[in-house]
Write a protein that binds this ligand. Structure first.
Ligand code: GCU
Length: 749
């Protein structure tokens, strides 16, 4: 038992890095040790829980690999409503994707309903899986709906007394999505009688990015080592890559880049491509296209040329040959993601060229094969002059990409992070979403919780992502929410969509924490339909992951839905950004680390006030990058929302918010509230003892106990810091020798 008492949650102290692999090795080491802590914890917990509740009938532990695809057996009365479902399945083609769809349907029905579907072509009592064209041939009388690519149709019907259940789409992939949708309904006990359900994805491109390194580490990965690479090579056993593709397909993801955006040029070596092909083969049955991050300097770095100037014909030829070579081996290759001129990555600026020059040279090589370039807008100078009050990293993406609007080829997508800085706990939507109306664009969201608790703390990000997606840019003073811009639904751009930085790893539950998987699920669901509410998404996830017990569903949903605000409360209220260890692990509280360096994540707190003045009148002018109606809202203190106040304005600590509180009192209060809310997570989880399987109950409980302590460390560090800076006491008299207390707590735990 002693071991458990002394267990102190995840290890701390990862080094800051943007790309250095020696530091990445440290990240890997740390995350593996952390996983080890949890691997040990359940043993002690199992003993303790067994002793205290040994006689309760608990739900059985289930596979973590399956995540939300557990297909737990329904009890007899819930299963009854599905008695009318067909007993056979017929697939109208034998493509690998349709075979996966058939297999998944058989497996899901068998596990949930205890029935074995037989393969067969008896029209009377059959699931029919196929494309619309095939369906038309099979049942000429069937009235087919209009479906855009990859949309699906679920239809329970009868013609001339013959009963059938159609799962159709215009593509094989869409049929697979339809099967997953049906199985999800059954897992959630939704009725499927007389179903007539047609859905099409909101955006054509729904990709995840993995930031895996060839040595097997993952940049900003908290779920163990890479599922693709180990020791500089592709892993021999790629079963997990296939399992991952299945999970991705179940939420409609159709592309995956497998390597770090700080790309290692060796990924394009001739002898590496056959290895990559093996991963593409593992993805293919699930309709997931493989893509690569590339280093723009590759033509030179690989030793083939003495330049990587995108306008040099030799360079264009090099990319063409390389791309042809890839397609020869991977005919359904998706394309490239490019990080250039950013945090030390080589880029077109070396030759005085623009991102459009760089993107287009690669895009032209890919075009004949149907491949795409996602060119990241995360381009900025990380050696800014911190003493220059007009300098502002937030301005960089718009300053660089807006003037190039319309100059990118039509198979290039500008991949824009949700906010103008870097995945902070709260940022406004990037103004660049409204700044490239003649260019394809996509939104980049971070599923891996780099700045939001690193999967050691609960932070369900769907509510945050929805705020950005729903944010109205008011272009031309008309409703133009970000979701429509990134999906190419306005300005008639052919492509657009979503990229989610996922960073799953070898840990049994993929992201290193079972509850963090809601973020991966939620990302896929939003990419499919950003109009779904956060409540709907989490309810779907909880029911599929933990079952339909109302107490479990209600409790976990509530915990997840409040978790972002809780985390924001104690780490970065009022839009300060996360007051974390910017030059270190992006996790611990370290508010001074943001200042006096060139990284530009400044909060400008001094003895008199706090916040970045980004106004047009007196500040950096960043607000001027938004369309006029949005400018107006943020520029004025009267209309700027409290939760972004310090992102846009520098104000005295005594400034009174719309809520009536002063800024300083709000900061004190939100930290105390946040720490209380974090403590409440422990109590909430404890109500589920005996309602979720023992293994996951035991796994999750110490995570919340740890989070409750971390929230106190954050609270006391920040309150103490800001009290010393401002000299203004907490009206409630709570701030006393806080940092000493935080240090004691750490020592004691
Ligand atoms: C953040 C992150 C880096 C990453 C970068 C990116 O800065 O800390 O590890 O490389 O984002 O998105 O390129």
């Amino acid at each position: 038992m002693k071991k458990f008492v002394r267990w102190n949650g995840p290890p701390r102290g990862q080094k800051y890095n943007a790309r250095a692999s020696s530091e990445l090795a440290c990240d890997k080491h740390v995350s593996m040790k952390w996983a080890g802590c949890f691997r040990q914890a359940p043993i002690w917990f199992s003993i303790a829980i067994f002793c205290s509740v040994g006689s309760l009938a608990l739900p059985a532990a289930e596979s973590d690999t399956d995540a939300w695809l557990r297909y737990s057996a329904l009890d007899a009365s819930s299963a009854k409503q599905y008695d009318q479902l067909p007993t056979r399945v017929e697939v109208l083609d034998d493509s690998p994707v349709l075979k996966s769809a058939q297999h998944e349907l058989i497996e899901g029905i068998s596990r949930m309903l205890g029935r074995t579907l037989r393969a067969g072509s008896d029209r009377r009592d059959v699931f029919l899986l196929g494309t619309l064209a095939e369906m038309h041939q099979r049942i000429p009388g069937l009235k087919l709906p209009e479906l855009r690519a990859e949309g699906y149709w679920l239809k329970a019907d009868q013609i001339s007394g013959e009963k059938f259940f159609v799962i159709a789409s215009s593509t094989d992939r869409g049929v697979l999505y339809g099967v997953f949708a049906l199985l999800s309904k059954i897992a959630r006990r939704e009725t499927v009688t007389n179903l007539d359900d047609a859905e099409t994805p909101y955006a054509p491109l729904r990709w995840v990015n993995q930031w895996d390194n060839l040595d097997g580490s993952i940049e900003r990965g908290y779920g163990g080592p890479s599922i693709f690479f180990a020791d500089g090579k592709v892993r021999d056993d790629l079963k997990r890559a296939g399992d991952y593709a299945r999970l991705l397909a179940s939420i409609g993801i159709n592309g995956c880049t497998i390597n770090n955006v700080n790309a290692d040029p060796r990924i394009l070596r001739d002898d590496f491509i056959p290895q990559i092909k093996r991963i593409a083969d593992a993805f293919r049955p699930w309709g997931v296209q493989l893509a690569l991050s590339v280093d723009l300097g590759s033509p030179k770095a690989l030793g083939d040329l003495d330049t990587f100037d995108p306008l040099d014909p030799k360079v264009a030829e090099w990319w063409k040959k390389k791309v042809d070579e890839i397609y020869q081996q991977i005919p359904n290759f998706g394309g490239f993601v490019v990080k250039a001129d950013s945090e030390g990555q080589p880029g077109p600026s070396t030759y005085g060229r623009t991102p459009a020059d760089a993107a287009n040279v690669i895009a032209r090589a890919l075009k004949p094969h149907g491949g795409l370039v996602f060119y990241r807008a995360f381009v900025y100078n990380h050696h800014l002059d911190w003493q220059d009050l007009k300098a502002d990293r937030a301005k960089a993406a718009y300053d660089i990409f807006h003037p190039l609007d319309g100059k990118f080829d039509d198979n290039v997508i500008i991949q824009i992070k949700n906010g103008p800085i870097d995945f902070q706990v709260r940022e406004p939507a990037s103004p660049l979403f409204a700044g490239v109306p003649h260019t394809n664009e996509g939104i980049e969201l971070q599923i891996t919780q780099e700045y939001t608790g690193q999967q050691r703390q609960l932070c369900f990000l769907v509510p945050m992502w929805k705020e950005v997606l729903d944010f109205d840019m008011r272009i031309g003073n008309e409703a133009t929410p970000v979701k429509e811009l990134v999906a190419g639904r306005v300005f008639h751009r052919p492509l657009g969509g979503f990229a989610g930085v996922a960073n799953v790893g070898m840990d049994a539950n993929w992201l290193g924490s079972p509850l963090a998987m809601a973020n991966l699920y939620g990302f896929g669901r939003l990419a499919w339909n950003p109009n779904l509410s956060a409540e709907t998404i989490i309810e779907e996830w909880t029911r599929q992951t933990f079952g339909n017990d109302p107490l479990v569903v209600h409790t976990i949903d509530a915990m997840q839905l409040s978790s972002w605000h809780t985390y924001e409360n104690y780490t970065g209220p009022l839009g300060t950004g996360t007051l974390t260890f910017i030059t270190g692990n992006h996790y611990d509280p370290a508010p001074e680390s943001s200042e006096r360096n060139g990284w530009g994540q400044w909060h400008r707190a001094d003895h008199n006030g706090i916040g970045m003045d980004r106004t047009m009148a007196t500040g950096t002018g960043f607000i001027g990058q938004y369309p006029p109606a949005v400018q107006k809202m943020y520029e004025s203190l009267d209309t700027c929302p409290d939760n972004l106040l310090l992102f846009f304005h520098h104000v005295p600590y005594t400034y009174v918010l719309h809520s009536g509180k002063t800024v300083i009192q709000y900061i004190y209060d939100s930290h105390y509230e946040g720490a209380e809310q974090a403590a409440g997570l422990v109590a909430q989880w404890k109500t589920l003892r005996g309602h979720v399987d023992q293994q996951r109950y035991n796994d999750v409980l110490p995570r919340f106990e740890y989070q409750a302590k971390e929230a106190i460390v954050w609270r006391d560090t920040i309150c103490d810091w800001i009290y010393r800076l401002s000299g203004i006491p907490d009206q409630k008299g709570r701030i006393r020798q806080a940092s000493t207390f935080a240090a004691d707590l750490r020592r004691a735990s």
